[in-house]
Design a binder for this molecule. Structure first.
Ligand SMILES: NC(=O)c1ccc[n+]([C@@H]2O[C@H](COP(=O)([O-])OP(=O)(O)OC[C@H]3O[C@@H](n4cnc5c(N)ncnc54)[C@H](O)[C@@H]3O)[C@@H](O)[C@H]2O)c1
Length: 332
């Protein structure tokens, strides 16, 4: 067992996209490690400030990774770790707004890499997406060495682009980079909305006693991964020396059907109104998803712990506990 939290004690850490679902939970975990300072950078374009955990050593900076002045100010600190999570999220949003997607996920990532290189950051962790880089035709379980050049959305393309830039900075400049490929992450901290993931959205509609909208047949599977597990893998990726220059799937290694998620949510919330089937979105060609986590297990000591029913229960509790502000901020 790696005592990784100890490695973050007294350290300076930058998290971009810190107000998002994964960023806010990463901060929560890091606070326990007593870091010297966590700079939480976010432009709040798809999140809310109240989502960032408060602590004396957590400093929120409101700004964009595309803004040179903001980056200069932020990188006047010397960081021991940079976790680059800021992104234009996700597939449908990128189909509707491909230029913003390229700017934030492409140019924004390049800028954060440049500043990290110039200030000699000793560890840079990039948040990539296992649901993006493998395309829709990869054999299951998905392994790290299979990457597709035939991707279905601008978001998938720019997450791969972020990996390519990260690898360039590692190979050319020696920036110690680790790539984490997340799979369908869900957890407290994700405000439901038009472009958000299926689990918080199902819970939102179920609490409104609406039929849950399924785009497809419901038999599609995904490798849903609870945010605490992803945070655990990300923090391991930040400190294991053998991880540098490598990419890791962080997933639950379990396939769950979308219809089963809908049934669990309706049962938990007492929603009598079932589901409604809508046409599959025309970019959505992925029928099944299941990752291999053998590499993360071996190199990082990663082991996911939270089962889907328990994870859904925790998201439900978070949404119910923050119902008023979520109702005010959810955008559909
Ligand atoms: N949630 C998932 O299922 C999943 C799966 C694979 C990969 N990822 C990746 O993990 C990372 C975090 O995901 P998340 O689920 O927390 O998403 P999220 O949308 O909740 O968080 C992203 C954050 O980035 C911020 N942001 C957007 N543009 C910005 C900019 N120009 N400058 C500064 N901040 C900006 C947003 O306001 C948001 O708070 C992203 O890079 C995402 O692509 C997520």
């Amino acid at each position: 067992m790696i005592d990784y939290l100890n490695e973050y004690k007294g350290k300076n850490i930058l998290i971009t996209g810190a107000a998002g679902c994964i960023g806010s939970n990463l901060i929560k975990a890091l606070i326990k490690a007593e870091p010297a300072k966590v700079i939480a950078l976010d432009d709040l374009s798809s999140s809310e400030k109240w989502n960032i955990p408060e602590a004396a050593n957590v400093v929120f900076v409101h700004g964009s990774i595309l803004n040179e002045e903001v980056l200069k100010r932020v990188f006047s600190h010397r960081f021991d770790f940079v976790f680059h999570l800021a992104a234009h999220f996700a597939n449908q949003n990128s189909v509707e707004h491909p230029e913003t997607d390229l700017l934030v996920n492409g140019l924004g990532t390049l800028k954060v890499l440049q500043y990290s290189h110039l200030t000699k950051v000793p560890r840079f962790v990039f948040a990539s997406s296992g649901c993006s880089v493998y395309g829709s035709q990869a054999p299951l379980p998905l392994k790290e060495d299979f990457v597709s050049l035939h991707l279905d959305t601008p978001y998938q393309i720019t997450k791969l682009l972020g990996e390519l830039y990260s690898n360039f900075f590692h190979n050319y400049y020696g920036l110690p980079v680790v790539v984490c490929r997340y799979f369908n992450v869900y957890g407290p901290g994700e405000i439901p909305g038009k472009y958000r993931n299926v689990i918080p959205n199902f819970i939102y509609w179920a609490l409104h006693k609406k039929p849950l909208p399924i785009t497809g047949t419901g038999d599609e599977t995904r490798d849903f991964t609870f945010v605490d597990d992803v945070v655990d893998g990300t923090l391991r990726a930040g400190i294991v020396p053998e991880a540098v220059g490598e990419a890791f799937n962080l997933a639950s290694e379990t396939e769950t059907k979308v219809i089963d998620i809908a049934n669990m949510v309706n049962k938990l919330t007492g929603n009598p109104n079932g589901v409604k089937f809508l046409p599959r979105r025309d970019w959505d060609r992925i029928i099944r998803r299941r990752a291999s986590i053998e590499k993360a297990r071996k190199v990082l000591g990663y082991e996911p712990k939270i089962e889907i029913s328990e994870g859904i229960r925790r998201v439900h509790n978070w949404i119910v506990g923050n119902r008023n502000r979520i109702e005010a901020e959810a955008k559909f």
